[in-house]
Design a protein around this ligand. Structure first.
Ligand SMILES: [Fe+2]
Length: 280
């Protein structure tokens, strides 16, 4: 009986396992790494100068040969960088929806696709915390049960807002109607306010507990799955030089090479198309 009943409407995202760009030819790796080692150079992403929405990142080949240091405690700054990605995307998507001309179904479809990508990423990100972080804190930091409950409640509210947004997308794509766009924009604005509150709380209140109660190995497990909730390009765009080296060091060498040779250009093309100023 229960198996035929919809227990709830919680969206079930398909979460991937890593932020790599796919395996490259491993035999080739060491040769090319040595070739890159001699001197840093600036990636084509730096030549995106003048693009109003694309952060210019000066890639250095030496970033590609970092090795991850052995850590004895959780490196919680990783989560702060990933949060920056969600903050950025939530802000951009709101603006893209608001800026879509009524009747422009092509742009509506493009932005709706990006909203779905964001939604999937955020839901997967929450799954990681729900499954790997909250249970450990409930077990080991019992004094802070209320805080963990607050995080779970915020996740619940965020998921509800994403469900509402997801329901509106097909209506908007149909004709890119102005009134649906406005409704969608309103929900995205509300969602963003919830998101910012939640991420602020996590960074201020939860990360110190993580540092105190989780081991470095446990946090590495969280980090591995959390990396899969967004793309490497999206993370590196938000990372400072040290953070960039840190994240790249966590990517397997073959995938790092794939990123260097192919992924970073693909990412730039993809976000440039989406963030291109609209002609009205
Ligand atoms: Fe969270």
């Amino acid at each position: 009986m229960a198996s035929t009943t919809k227990a709830h409407q919680r969206p079930e995202p398909r979460c991937s396992g890593g932020a790599g760009v796919g395996p490259a030819n491993r035999v080739f790796v060491s040769v090319v790494m040595v070739a890159f080692r001699s001197e840093g150079f600036t990636s084509p992403s730096a030549s995106a100068g003048g693009h109003p929405e694309l952060r210019v990142v000066k890639w250095r080949a030496s970033d590609m040969i970092e090795t991850a240091p052995v850590r004895t405690e959780p490196h919680t700054q990783e989560l702060v960088v990933i949060h920056r990605v969600f903050r950025r995307e939530a802000a951009l998507l709101s603006r893209f929806v608001t800026g879509c001309r009524p009747g422009d179904t092509a742009r509506a479809a493009q932005v709706a696709g990006a909203v779905r990508g964001y939604t999937g990423g955020l839901l997967c990100h929450h799954r990681v915390e729900d499954e790997l972080v909250w249970p450990l804190l409930r077990e080991r930091a019992r004094l802070y049960d209320e805080l963990v409950q607050r995080m779970e409640d915020q996740h619940g509210r965020l998921e509800k807002s994403l469900l509402t947004i997801g329901d509106l997308l097909p209506r908007w794509e149909l004709a890119a109607a102005g009134h649906v766009r406005d409704e969608l924009a309103e929900h995205l604005t509300e969602h963003r306010a919830l998101l910012v509150e939640h991420l602020d709380d996590e960074e201020e209140l939860i990360l110190p507990l993580v540092a105190e109660h989780l081991s470095a190995a446990e946090w590495d497990g969280v980090g591995r799955r959390a990396l899969g909730t967004t793309t490497l390009g999206a993370i590196l765009e938000e990372a400072g030089p040290d953070e960039r080296r840190h994240f790249l060091a966590k990517v397997p060498p073959a995938d790092r090479l794939g990123w260097w040779l192919i992924g970073r250009r693909q990412y730039q093309r993809q976000v440039s198309r989406l963030r291109e100023p609209q002609p009205w």
